[in-house]
Design a protein around this ligand. Sequence first.
Ligand code: HSE
Length: 403
Amino acid sequence: MIHVALLGFGVVGSGTAEVLTQNKSIIERKVGQPVSIKYILDLRDFPDSPFADRIVHDFNIIVNDPEVSVVAEMMGGSHPAYDFTLACLKAGKSVVTSNKEVVANFGTELLTIAKENGVSYLFEASVGGGIPIIRPLREDLSSNNVTAISGILNGTTNYILTRMDNEGASFADVLKDAQRLGYAEANPAADVEGLDAARKIAILAAMAFGKRLNPNEILCEGITSVTAADSELAKEMGYAIKLIGYTTRMNGRILAMVSPRLVSRYNPIHGVNDVNNGILVNADMVGQVMFYGPGAGKLPTASAVAGDLIDVMAHTPAGVISPVWVDAEPDQIADPETYVCRHLVVLDAPKSAEAEISAHLDLNAPHFTEGRFSFITEELSEAEVKAKIAEVGYPLITRIRVL
Ligand code: HSE
């Protein structure tokens, strides 16, 4: 019998208990022995839950119980989730998690501690909800040099952008729906301001390139300034606006960034809508592969947590090999100002300004509506596009990078 403890009984925690119960027989066949949820740690009581008798409020009961060999951390937030994870790993318990904040901020240390203690630290559910992406990067694609990863990594913002696009729905109403459906973070600012996606692209960059960038220091722009007019314009030009996490290597340095991007209808992630995530991995041997599916939500995320639990339990006591990475040194990190791409520029300018503006910038797909002069530039760095817009002199309404 393997005894598991769950830390957190919110959306993902309760989903994981449900998966372990509903699919008990499949899971036990794969693990090779019975599996029991011995404890569930939460601040609250759940008197009406079938798991009411497993609820505990004191973490020490779990960390001090030698029968518990595997712990799933689904508390969210950095503290005490990080502290509890560290204590479990030091006590010789493997930990699996959906907590991207802890993995992105403290993953280097936690992976090292796991290795020193001969246990596993796995986090498939931390990126892409139910989509397999961490394990494929670690195993199936491990013979490749990854050249770039671009992805829709946040279900909440993709759900919001899709509904704004399809229905012209208001940002606030759609966000409320995303919260009700259990997609949004406890503080949805992390979703709409891009930090959740920044944590996820930092994890993917670490998996791809072996170096962790601080998610709080990468270029991060959310969707709060994207308007219905921008969305409409993008559609007319054959694009969709998506919040994109992007990582690549530039002259040996790692670039990671999150921002709204125009995605062409010819790009396979153009059609990734609603709560779904879509992740494109470009690598030298395989070419391009896409990972697609539900990026948030109770059972999809719990499915990924349970997959890691099964992996660990099937390999206990030997342990699964955890991913390995180190923190990036400052001179290994690319300056996003030097990143080159095309840009959608919307200026507050009359149609008659076309000749004047084209003296400074290539105007691809020029478009004019109600005092908004829009076009797509040639490939320019941040510094170049800012300088050229300043030279043109008309007020900038919007600038959105093209993927
Ligand atoms: N708030 C996150 C999202 C949850 O919307 O993608 C899944 O990580």
